[in-house]
Ligand binder design. Structure first.
Ligand code: URA
Length: 299
């Protein structure tokens, strides 16, 4: 068992160390058999799914007690160190096909962006919600012809509940400004709407669970031009395997909302902050985006 110091300053320093190392929650000292709990939850999810897909069910599903959001788990610490995006404590679930299927059902039934946001806020199938402070749904103008899709929120986004508001977001704003645009002429979202703890990369399962929601979000926004910020979002949504160096700056098409949307990948602003020399290539991409938007024909 680990010995904790008595001196509050040492405790504070230790907590600082944990936080800077990316520790976002304290799982407790007693082992928990998550697999046993998950089997039980899988049955509960099945029931919830059947309720959610019945014709009488409302679109913005808020699972009641005993549905997806189930009882507190024995062994789970009662209080998290912060208020998570989830409004009540619920156990972690092992991401599985059912969570993905449920996400697909819910997302497909959202008739508007408000519905979709409500669906996501009520959705308990992704464990990232347990550690995130806020749902990061979108920013900008839902009527915009230009839509950006990033990978997942970071710390600043998690605190504010808006995508791209940290240093990389400020760079994105400057890049938009350079082609005469701002957030009132663009819509911004992420593939994964909850911050992964310590800014780690979302797992493939987390990405798959969240994917139906961003797919529906793109359909509902129905942009003329879609920009993937970084390779991760392009790979998830276009199914391409190329690295960003090869992929960036090439016009592709994304099938969304019954039409082929002009799509392009460019460097993620966080990468540009680390590799400023690459900004000249991003500048080319942004000029190309501006030209594409100006092109009335947009085939
Ligand atoms: N990086 C992303 O991919 N999305 C954000 O919202 C912020 C940083």
């Amino acid at each position: 068992m680990q010995h904790f110091p008595d001196d509050p300053r040492q405790i504070e320093a230790l907590l600082d160390f944990y936080a800077s190392a990316g520790v976002d929650c304290f799982p407790g000292e007693d082992p928990v058999d998550w697999f046993a709990l998950t089997r039980q939850q899988a049955e509960q999810r099945n029931q919830a799914r059947m309720q959610a897909t019945s014709p009488a069910a409302p679109i913005a599903v808020s699972p009641g007690p005993g549905a997806v959001r189930s009882q507190p788990v024995p062994g789970l610490p009662p209080a998290a160190p912060h208020s998570p995006a989830s409004d009540s404590s619920h156990p972690a679930v092992l991401p599985d096909g059912e969570a993905i299927a449920m996400a697909r059902d819910l997302a497909a039934r959202a008739a508007s962006l408000d519905d979709l946001q409500a669906c996501l806020a009520a959705f308990e199938g992704c464990n990232l919600k347990l550690t995130a402070k806020k749902l990061v749904f979108a920013d900008g103008n839902p009527e915009a012809r230009l839509m950006f899709v990033g990978e997942a929120p970071g710390r600043d986004e998690d605190l504010q509940g808006k995508p791209f508001v940290g240093r990389s977001g400020q760079l994105l704003d400057r890049m938009l400004g350079a082609i005469g645009l701002d957030r009132s002429s663009a819509y911004i979202a992420n593939v994964v709407p909850w911050r992964p703890p310590g800014n780690r990369t979302p797992t493939p399962q987390e990405t798959e669970i969240c994917k139906p929601f961003i797919v529906r979000q793109i359909e509902l926004v129905n942009p003329d031009v879609l920009v993937f910020l970084g390779a991760a979002s392009a790979k998830t949504l276009l199914g391409v395997q190329d690295g960003i160096r090869k992929m960036r700056g090439r016009w592709m098409t994304y099938p969304g909302g019954g039409k082929e949307i002009a799509a392009i990948a460019t460097y993620h602003p966080a990468y540009l902050l680390r590799s400023p020399l690459e900004k000249r290539l991003s500048w080319r991409d942004f000029l190309s985006i501006r030209n594409r938007l100006a092109d009335k024909t947009l085939d």
